[in-house]
Design a protein around this ligand. Structure first.
Ligand code: FAD
Length: 387
């Protein structure tokens, strides 16, 4: 497509949220006649993310990209040891490169979509259009979708706690068979907590290959060497000594109820993690992006004011209270997750984390936790909102 004077839509970033929205747009005739520009700073993105999520095992939408899936999960801590099937769900894994490659091919075949490798520097609404500036160009669009995370603004405020899910992962290959390829270790809290919420996450690709991630829900990142030391120690504890590291992965995911959507305006919508689409209490984002992408494509049929898109739900409040507790008592994660897994069916927990439970199911889940700590946080939160 020739450079347009005014695009219908400009997207900043070509990551999970932009590409999922584009994927959904391409399924609707209506968007075939719209002009779309995607601006991405990184022209060499490959396997920079391993996305995992659960959904009905029988659902096939993501099948072309799914590398592995598990029908059982384990949860381990000082007080809980669970190994459970999660039918009708399966926990599924996608390597990002497969999705990026597919989407780049699709974009290349659609003349109404341009992808340009440029770093977005700023954007500004001027009357009925948004002007988006890169180092080389200024582009104009009717609507602008921004997936560039404004981490500083979230961290500079104090009204909402800001934690991070941060991790280093190793893909390893062992000489002997060491893993059960049908079972994903969702959380293993048997590692030293050191005043934080720390656990191992283990996703076997076969009997002798796995992804193993040392993960924290906390405020501060660690030195890279510490994540690696913990993985090494864990493998030794499991008597896994003969292995080679085939790939590594590192990541940070925002965990906050900071309302990123406050930055939306009539013509600008923040999407993905930048729009607050990450589940604050867990860091899971991929399936929430899928849901939001479907809602957005429907929304664009009828609405023209992006401020009307986001709606706060009761799950935002649950996440906020949970994060309030975790920020104040960062060492309590193991205890709280153990209570939840000991006292509830894992399928109900997964539906709860997916924000698909009924209110009465949520009340039952709440009853798993010591009432005092959450009531105290609720009082603190309500008093804070009065000031
Ligand atoms: C390593 C890792 C693993 C994860 N695993 C999971 C998981 O298993 N399950 C899950 O649900 N969630 C997971 N997440 C969280 C979440 O799903 C991902 O971060 C997801 O990629 C978020 O999509 P996004 O579009 O918001 O951001 P991104 O996918 O990060 O896309 C943003 C894009 O913007 C580009 N960009 C940034 N700045 C500029 C600029 N100035 N100009 C132009 N382009 C710019 C970036 O290069 C990037 O391509 C993971 C996150 C990470 C980091």
């Amino acid at each position: 497509m020739k450079k347009k004077a005014v695009y219908d839509y400009i997207f900043a970033g070509a990551g999970a949220s932009t590409l999922q929205i584009i994927m959904q747009m391409l399924q609707h005739e209506r968007f075939k006649n719209t002009s779309i520009l995607i601006l991405e700073e990184n022209s060499t993105k490959t396997n920079d993310r391993t996305w995992c999520f659960w959904e009905e095992k029988s659902k096939e939408d993501w099948h072309p990209f799914v590398q592995c899936q598990w029908e059982n999960i384990t949860f381990t801590s000082d007080t809980a040891q669970l190994h459970e099937p999660i039918t009708p769900y399966a926990y599924k894994m996608i390597r990002s490169n497969a999705f990026y490659t597919h989407m780049h091919e699709l974009i290349g075949k659609n003349e109404n979509i341009d992808l340009s490798y440029e770093k977005v520097k700023s954007f500004e609404t001027q009357g009925e259009v948004v002007r988006v500036s890169t180092a080389k160009n200024t582009y104009t669009s009717s609507y602008f979708f921004n997936s560039i995370l404004d981490w500083n603004t979230a961290q500079q405020q104090s009204k909402y706690p800001v934690l991070q899910q941060h991790f280093v992962g190793w893909f390893i290959k062992t000489k002997d068979d060491c893993f059960d390829p049908n079972t994903a270790t969702f959380m293993d809290f048997s590692v030293a907590q050191k005043g934080n919420t720390r656990f191992m996450y283990v996703l076997p690709l076969s009997k002798n290959e796995t992804l193993i991630e040392y993960t924290l829900f906390s405020e501060q990142l660690l030195n890279y060497a510490e994540y690696e030391r913990e993985i090494r120690q864990y493998l030794t504890q499991k008597n896994i000594r003969n292995y080679s590291i085939t790939e590594t992965e590192q990541g940070t995911i925002p965990m906050t109820c900071y309302p990123f959507s406050k930055q939306n305006s009539k013509r600008v919508l923040h999407i993905g993690s930048a729009g607050g689409w990450t589940k604050a209490s867990t860091g899971f984002t991929f399936k929430f992006i899928e849901r939001k992408a479907t809602e957005l494509v429907d929304f664009l049929n009828d609405e023209s004011d992006m401020r009307l898109f986001e709606k706060r739900t009761r799950f935002w409040w649950y996440d906020l209270l949970f994060l309030d507790v975790l920020a104040q008592h960062n060492h309590k994660g193991s205890f709280l997750f153990s209570r939840m897994f000991q006292r509830n069916n894992p399928r109900t927990i997964l539906r709860f984390l997916d924000e698909k439970t009924t209110f009465s199911e949520e009340v039952r889940i709440m009853q798993s936790f010591p009432v005092g700590i959450f009531v105290w946080q609720l009082i603190r939160r309500l008093m804070r909102s009065l000031h």
